[in-house]
Design a protein around this ligand. Structure first.
Ligand SMILES: [Zn+2]
Length: 237
């Protein structure tokens, strides 16, 4: 899906070794070799640290001032996102903004209720297995309408219009135990349960994601974004 027209590292080295390349050309050569390491050749923990540091900047109202045209030519050639995010479609949850990351940094899949289905799985597999993304984050958020609707649907089933029932049907399995158990802060606990349910499903998804997780090439984490504070909280951490 992505191509690179840059000379390979091997070709660079063989030319340098043959003496064809003048000494004055070695500086840009070294630069090219340094650039050959993609930005996502980092550990899952390093990727997570970058996200959380970015969220701290965002929540504090101190995001990095960016020139979005910078790096555009390189991005046209390839992408090396540091994290794949499965986020809710909610208009108030914007992963690139709330993690203060640039274009090319995040591979974002969004669906109302941030749940795994076949299409979402295919996209996450592409992010991890093809693009080499070391981190997958399932990102829920406070006051999620999809989770709210699912709670209502479990408590008192009703005819939802159009295809909206597909969402509540998909979320039901992860949320039902919380609703059945009852108690206070039902919505908050259901939001967390939905994230954790989908983290487990993503991490166990065969054949690509489970293999990447077991080999330590990728990690799957759950988190929740608080609409009021702008802060992301890791779940199960
Ligand atoms: Zn939502």
């Amino acid at each position: 899906m992505q191509t690179s027209h840059r000379p390979s590292r091997r070709r660079f080295l063989s030319h340098a070794g043959s003496g064809i390349v003048a000494l004055s050309l070695l500086a840009p050569l070294r630069h090219a070799l340094a650039d050959a390491e993609p930005q996502n050749a980092i550990t899952p923990q390093a990727a997570l640290d970058r996200l959380m540091a970015g969220n701290a900047r965002y929540a504090a109202g101190k995001p990095v001032q960016r020139d979005f045209s910078a790096g555009r030519a390189a991005r046209a050639e390839a992408q090396h996102p540091i994290a794949a995010i499965l986020s809710c479609a909610d208009s108030r949850v914007a992963p690139e903004l709330l993690f203060d990351q640039a274009p090319g940094d995040l591979f974002v899949v969004r669906v109302a209720g941030n749940y795994l289905n076949q299409d979402v799985l295919a996209s996450l597999e592409y992010g991890v297995a093809v693009l080499g993304t070391p981190l997958v984050m399932v990102l829920g958020h406070s006051n999620c309408g999809a989770v709210k609707a699912t709670i209502q649907e479990i408590q008192k089933p009703q005819a939802l219009p159009g295809h909206i029932w597909d969402i509540t049907d998909a979320l039901q399995r992860g949320i039902e135990p919380v609703v059945k158990a009852g108690g206070d802060k039902l919505l908050e606990r259901a939001i967390a349960a939905n994230v954790e349910h989908n983290v487990a499903r993503v991490a166990a998804a065969q054949p690509l994601l489970a293999t990447a997780v077991q080999a330590g090439r990728a990690r799957v984490v759950g988190a929740e974004y608080d609409l009021a504070s702008g802060k992301v909280r890791l779940l199960g951490a």
